[in-house]
Write a protein that binds this ligand. Structure first.
Ligand code: ADP
Ligand code: MG
Length: 234
């Protein structure tokens, strides 16, 4: 089977720092993958290289078997890659539903219906017409997550979606992520909370100093010596 995402020998340096060091990954359809590692281990840079925000120095990125490295971010997005950021990017002076409609293309009525439907999937339907700036931090993160789904991406990259989100909203988010997986979408999740990773991910990749040091089911990698040293031991 052709993987949804294949990263092959990816390298990205900033000056003297090798942020991503010969990383290879394969993601199959309909699964949730975790990406963990200490701060500065290259997780966000890897996302940036996959989404075209950064250009890798070496290596390849393939979506459904097609090479996409070197393409601009908007083209990669159109090929079905959705992404959220570590820091919130919403428009506070627009309503929650308007924040989703900024990425609208095609039929307006259909887009409005879809936007409200997506807000309902993260239990924000009652706040659809509230200014996004009036929502809590966690609710704003859910708005951003819902917006990312407007184009129904086949591959979803989430950069620390749980950070700063209260338990109730976090459960709403995790339910929505599982629903994506159940609809055959593929999710790659950067997350520090090992309880979240254990409960959600089938396979976890571990980065340290830009290198992939382990890969496997969460229960397995938690017992890996290098992972304990790099991640849990510090
Ligand atoms: N735009 C940049 N310019 C210079 N160095 C960067 C840049 N982005 C990331 N880095 C460096 O690359 C390394 C990996 O960072 P990052 O990918 O943000 O790690 P993580 O997301 O795992 O915390 C760090 O040493 C960081 O300082
Ligand atoms: Mg990061």
């Amino acid at each position: 089977m052709t993987p949804v995402l294949e990263v092959d020998g990816l390298v990205k340096s900033f000056g003297g720092v090798t942020a991503v060091d010969r990383v290879s990954l394969r993601l199959e359809a309909g699964a949730i993958y975790g990406l963990i590692g200490p701060n500065g281990s290259g997780k966000t840079t890897l996302f940036n290289c996959i989404t075209g925000v950064e250009r890798a120095d070496a290596g390849r990125v393939l979506l459904d078997g097609r090479r996409v490295d070197g393409l601009p971010p908007w083209r990669i997005a159109r090929l079905g890659v959705g992404r959220t950021f570590q820091t919130i990017r919403i428009f506070p002076e627009l309503t929650a539903v308007e924040n989703l409609l900024v990425v609208t293309e095609g039929d307006w009525e259909a887009a409005c219906a879809r936007a409200r439907e997506l807000l309902a999937t993260v239990k924000l339907e009652r706040l659809a017409d509230e200014y996004a700036g009036n929502l809590s931090y966690g609710q704003q993160k859910l708005v951003e997550f819902a917006r990312m789904l407007m184009r129904d991406p086949g591959l979803v990259l989430l950069d620390e979606p749980a950070a700063g989100v209260n338990r109730t909203l976090l459960n709403d988010l995790l339910d929505a992520v599982r629903a994506l997986r159940d609809r055959g979408r593929t999710v790659l999740l950067v997350e520090h909370d090992m309880k979240v990773v254990m409960g959600l991910c089938e396979t976890v990749f571990v980065l340290d100093h830009g290198e992939k040091i382990a890969e496997g089911p969460p229960g397995f990698i938690q017992g890996d010596e290098r992972v304990i040293e790099a991640y849990f031991g510090r």
